[in-house]
Design a protein around this ligand. Structure first.
Ligand code: TYD
Ligand code: MG
Length: 456
């Protein structure tokens, strides 16, 4: 066999016969690496293939004859996972689960294999059989027809999978797989591409769904991200802070459902637990009437989430005051502080400011601004804000409070959880019927209003 090598971009997977400094397709610098690839078929040989085929029956079928997938969804026995997959697992789909090392990807999928009351195959190239057994004992579920296989060779894996005919295959992880047809090292772009393509062919031909675990690179992307995202049907990302118990499963791509859904779990000594009502856990009881915290009615994906924001403002001991934030953008915090200085004349300039979002959850929803601002003022003035109140609004540079999306849903959730008052921005389309939600809805237009309403 004639060995041929080529250069691949490690970011987007595009190919070049020569080394180049800047990738013409994704614009990244210094991402090209040489890899040995299999023998290429010459164009003359390719031509022969289709010329020879004219006498055979065509394989393509009529679109009308294809059965719709919606009827074939499999219940994963995990409501959070069902939700992010768009209502269950589609037969023959291929799902990539990405996340940082140690976040709980192996635990999540082993639990899936064990909970499913069907035949499942868990293939690991990272852990020994004993290690997997130990983990299975820890998560405390058992499935008599859960098979494990420690192997990295894709051809062997697929041969065994075809013999076993499971209802689900899990591959931990794509970076350990090797295809015997490719000469480069495991984890390289051409290996990952070839192995994923083989798994995809397997899934489509046998109608068995395949989960693939993928590690995230230090830049935060799944290795060779673009290239894998093209091949697979669903991309899920498992995220959270290792030092906190909460984990969020997010959909980045879904051919069979929406990408707005999220699943929330907590990692404890018995593995990952589904959290159906996260709001109840993310707001601590108001026992001591402490200053510096306020509850935000935020939205994660399509789910309303009541979450506590905590601030600590104290005179700076060293020359330069410190600003630190967990779960919130530091630059946004600086902007909110500047707005409070300018619009309300509150002096944060000589104060250290620390901000924390409960549970280590990273919130990207701008509606949390109003609660952050309230927590900051509460800590600065040492005035307690009742936890019967919650807030939803974005704060603009002029100190105006802007309306946020799906406000009715947020109000409804706050009402359901027993909050008495919710502060929102003045809505464009008239008022909100507060009676309907069993909660008082108060509107604010500027941060000055907030100061007057709450801090007197
Ligand atoms: P793991 O699933 O191995 O992560 P990944 O596959 O994403 O690298 O999760 C490992 C972490 O989870 C490890 O720090 C231990 C913790 N863990 C628990 O806290 N409780 C448990 O029941 C299990 C199985 C793991
Ligand atoms: Mg793992």
């Amino acid at each position: 066999m004639k060995v041929k090598s080529s250069f691949f971009c490690s970011n987007c997977g595009s190919e070049s016969p020569k080394w180049i400094g800047k990738c013409p397709s994704c614009g990244e610098w210094n991402t090209y690496h040489e890899e040995i690839i299999e023998k290429q078929v010459s164009s003359a040989e390719k031509e022969k293939v289709w010329k020879k085929a004219t006498k055979e029956k065509p394989i393509p079928k009529k679109l009308e004859e294809v059965s719709p997938l919606s009827t074939l969804r499999l219940d994963t026995q995990d409501q959070e996972l069902n939700r992010v997959l768009g209502g269950g697992l589609v037969a023959g789909s291929i799902i990539l689960v990405g996340g940082q090392p140690g976040i709980g990807k192996s635990t999540l999928l082993l639990q899936l294999a064990l909970r499913l009351n069907k035949k499942s195959l868990y293939v690991s190239g990272e852990e020994s059989e004993e290690q997997i057994k130990m983990r299975a004992d820890r998560v405390g579920c058992s499935n008599p027809s859960c098979y494990i296989y420690t192997e990295v060779n894709v051809s062997k894996i697929l041969k065994e999978a075809a013999l076993l005919e499971p209802d689900l295959v899990i591959i931990d992880s794509v970076q350990t797989l090797v295809s015997p047809f490719i000469d480069s090292a495991p984890g390289s772009i051409s290996q990952i591409r070839e192995c994923t393509a083989e798994l995809q062919r397997f899934a489509k031909e046998t109608n068995i769904p395949v989960f693939i675990i993928g590690h995230i690179t230090k830049e935060g992307g799944i290795a060779g991200p673009k290239l894998l995202e093209h091949i697979v049907d669903v991309v899920l990302q498992f995220e959270g802070d290792q030092h906190y118990a909460y984990r969020i499963l997010r959909t980045l791509k879904n051919r069979f459902g929406s990408t707005d859904e999220i699943g929330i779990y907590a990692m404890d000594a018995q593995g990952l637990q589904e959290i159906a009502n996260p709001s109840e856990l993310l707001v601590s009881p108001d026992d001591y009437h402490l200053s510096g915290s306020a509850v935000a009615a935020s939205l994660e994906g399509l789910r309303p989430l009541l979450i506590e924001t905590q601030a600590l403002v104290s005179p700076a001991v060293y020359g330069t005051p410190q600003r630190s934030a967990t779960g919130f953008d530091l630059r946004r915090l600086a902007m909110l502080l500047a707005v409070l200085e300018k619009r309300c004349g509150l002096a944060f300039g000589n104060q250290d400011v620390f901000l924390n979002i409960a549970g280590g959850i990273r919130v990207s929803d701008p509606s949390i601004d109003l609660a952050v601002v309230t927590a900051l003022i509460s800590s600065l003035q040492d005035i307690h804000v009742s936890k019967k109140m919650c807030f939803a609004g974005e704060v603009g540079l002029a100190g105006e409070i802007r309306p946020v999306s799906r406000i009715e849903q947020r109000i409804q959730e706050a009402g359901r959880l027993g909050f008495e008052t919710i502060y929102v921005a003045k809505q464009k389309s008239g008022g909100i019927e507060s009676k309907k939600f069993g909660i008082e809805v108060r509107t604010l237009t500027k941060v000055e209003d907030l100061l007057r309403e709450i801090f007197g």
